[in-house]
Design a protein around this ligand. Sequence first.
Ligand code: ADP
Length: 684
Amino acid sequence: MIGATNNHMATREVMQSSIDDHSFHLVPQPDWSMPRDSEHVVQFYEADTFLLDMLSDYVGTGLAAGAGCLVVATKAHHVELDERLQAAGIDLLTARASGQYVALDAAETLATFMVAGSPDSRRFATVIGGIIAQVAHGRGAVRIFGEMVGLLWLEGQYDAAIQLEALWNVLHATQAFALFCAYPIHSFGGDALSQRLGDVCAAHARVIPAESYTALTDADERLRAIIQLQQKARSLEAEIAERQAAEASLRTVKDRLEVQVADLRHLHELSIRLTGTLDIETVLHEVLAAALTVHGSNMGLLSLCDPQRQGLKLHGSQGFDAPFLAQVASVPAGGGACGTCYERRRRVVVEDVEVDPIFAPYRQSARMAGFRAVHSTPLMARNGTIIGVLSVHFRQPHRPSERETRLIDLYAQMAADAIENAQLYQNAQDAIQVRDHFLSIAAHELKTPLTSLIGTAQLLQRRIERDGIVMGAGAKAMHVIVAQAKRLNKMILSLLDVSRIDTGRLTIERTPVDLSVLVRRVVEETQATLDKHTVECRLPSEPLLIEGDDVRLEQVVQNLISNAIKYSPNGGPIAVQAEQQGHQARLLVRDCGMGIPKNDQPHLFQRFYRATNADTQHMSGMGIGLYVVKEIVTLHGGTVAVESCEGAGSTFTVCLPLQPEAQAGIVAERSDMLGNPTHSLKAS
Ligand code: ADP
């Protein structure tokens, strides 16, 4: 391509030399020295300089020939044009003053006749027609340069630009003038504007290509340029076609990806729902609903293997009536799509029940139920055994797409896993129930002979002590037998308590209990058996009355104190304190023993839970005591909590509501309270 350098010179040379040359027709340059009266020309341009050179020729030759000139251009173009005209020796001041030369701003002029984004024909005729008449007055010819269309075009107002061109043509019918329009060629980029280019050309009597073509000086060069342009057009068309094809396939891929993303989202949602439940019925319902959604169907069955016999048992359905469900409640191996899927352990697709031999015996049922196709998928457990069949039914003959098949496999796998988990959970629950039942029975059975054993042993022990028949090691052995039997009895009672709690049979019998008295009694009894430990007891002198079960509350205090002793293996002080705090009685049992690791503390009151340091120190225990303590305290409407620092001891705090009367007394007590000294009992 030829550049735009010195285009002005080249254009003028062409204008001079081509009058008689037939190649002139390839470059339809306007001869500005001989304008036609009513001509509407469009010049496309690449560089502003080229446009301004053409324009200054157009206006310059016009003014020199005595024609009136109207230039409607941008401010920047006006400045440059004025410079060029003055450089060419034209007296612009005089031309302006006489009205021969009128320069208008394109944007401002546009604003005078644009209404709601379109040029208004009446306003245009009035404003522009009036100005033309003034410029034409007393002069032979009028030359106009209009850049308003170019402005509209650059703003993307293509329709408005074409409409404005048409209005200029309308004006031509009544007024004579030469009109020169200009459009920057770069504003026609893109395939979508090719039709618009045609519209612009159609609105003009003459069309002049941009300077890279018009500046060519010989006919051969111009023909070569045309060939190059044709080739470029072809390759651009080919490129556009390629791009459109690429866009189309991108769109397809995008659509497919969107479907996949939606599928994944559904899968994810289902997996969240499935992990949130271990209830088999809920799992089955969720899976069936999700599978039907994927297939856009509203009919489906979910059957699980029948452990009693070879076949399937219906566990979930959607879209079928009772008579049909009764028929498929139990499906034998090989029966229909589900039974065949179960028998073969693989997918069975019946595209049309009317023609598939698998369905021959069930056609009538299928017609009644209103389906024509079935898609059955096995639910396989992790160990490779089949646990059920998921079937989706269709009202019309149907072949599952690759997507449907892929998704149903995923759903089936998720369903199988979830069902297996739910079954394992159910089995575990059953096993726990069996265990608890066994513990309860065993504890009961052990308790009776043990009670009689302890009674007899104690009797024997007393006789031995009284009669002095057995001395020394024998008496000690008898003592050990009684102590161990009592220990065993305590463990059995604890196990029975656990069983009572689990079955909701642990109850309390409420009577008024003075917690101070109860605590003192337990401390004194315990103290008698200690050698390494001391128990310091701080109790209020006033009673701490609560409505409670004397025996069960004693069990609580005993348990906390015996734990404090057990888990302080090096001996040391144990503090037991009971006090009134607001409407509650508060009991604290504090030791300076081994303490409890932080991570274990939240679990201490769970059944069979033992702190990790108790295990490592090989201290015997079953992790039941605190579980029972918590239950008893809760039954009394109270709370129990622990504070501990590993290696530095623990404090267990029990809070129990005071008797209502005792609570009522609090106010009176407070009003005359000058302080009640707490009574300290040194139990050691
Ligand atoms: P057991 O003592 O028979 O194991 P408990 O239910 O009474 O059962 O206590 C549960 C666990 O709490 C104990 O195994 C022990 O790890 C921890 N524990 C309870 N009391 C104390 C204490 N005073 N100091 C340290 N650890 C304790």
